[in-house]
Design a binder for this molecule. Sequence first.
Ligand SMILES: Cc1cc2nc3c(=O)[nH]c(=O)nc-3n(C[C@H](O)[C@H](O)[C@H](O)COP(=O)(O)O)c2cc1C
Ligand code: SF4
Ligand code: SF4
Length: 300
Amino acid sequence: MPRIVKDFKEQKEELPQIGIQYIKRGVSMNTVIYYFSGAGNSLSIALSLAQKLPDTKVESIMSLYRNAAIPASCEQVGFVYPCYYGHPPKAVTEAVRNIRLSKQQRIFCVVTFGGFFGQSLIDMKRLLERRTANDIQGFSVRMPGSHILGYPAFPEFLQRFLLRKAEKKIGKIAAYIQNSTPTRFKNATVLEKLLRSFTGESDDKLPNFGQMGTLFYAAGTCNQCGVCSKLCPVNNIRVCSDQIKWGNNCCQCMACIQWCPQKAVAYPSIPIDRPHYHHPAIGLDQMLAYQKPEGIRGDF
Ligand SMILES: Cc1cc2nc3c(=O)[nH]c(=O)nc-3n(C[C@H](O)[C@H](O)[C@H](O)COP(=O)(O)O)c2cc1C
Ligand code: SF4
Ligand code: SF4
């Protein structure tokens, strides 16, 4: 067994479980971390942070669509999410726009990204800054890229390198959070401002973003297990009697393609044997342990 696999198996055993239960290290709940994750990177960062912070609960950001009120008992709220095209995913910005929190609650944001996180911290800061009396903290963690429609999985040595580096960085981020150390949000470069004028505050202004999902299809190896449909955070996949259908509300998280047990999710002009990636220490069970919003779904 290659060493990389063994390392991650060991790591997986150490990771706490998501949602459902609190990660108790005291009497009261202190922090809730809301995550959004397609390939498991942001979920792994949320879980690692929760291990390092006292009294922390990890919850899917999609649960905010059901209940937008952040519990009053919670002193800090964290958001951990991927960068999509230099922005936070629309599913994240829409959930955050509606949250109800008190001005005393402290907020931190952690973006995970593959190479260039652009506006994805600044966008969240802008959305949240009037909602809290405290400074918002912003952090970025570089992780293996998940955009399989753009490129194959990073080589294993690079994955291993990035994930080890990320783990170290989480230790530092946890210390910053616990000490409420201010962080700097870098100003947008001219190029980023230009990009922003096209794309707004999230990925939602990108042309045909949701529509792109309709191009997915299941190849012959599909056994109709339904995993893709259960995983899709925006209910954009339907298992029909003889086929799997993708709707027009895709948020391009890549979960369906990256986690399909048969590697049967296909896309025009992308080789079906292109190497897939999902975070090696996150299990499918952990990816599935979140509440989906009602009322969000694609048209088929
Ligand atoms: C649709 C899409 C767009 C992406 N755009 C960017 C980007 O602009 N910059 C970047 O550095 N990484 C980008 N990535 C890579 C992800 O941000 C990165 O791999 C992230 O850690 C994935 O987290 P997740 O597994 O929690 O979804 C993109 C990934 C996807 C699926
Ligand atoms: S996860 Fe893969 S094998 Fe299962 S139904 Fe979806 S496409 Fe088919
Ligand atoms: S259809 Fe696939 S890529 Fe699109 S949102 Fe659903 S799981 Fe993510």
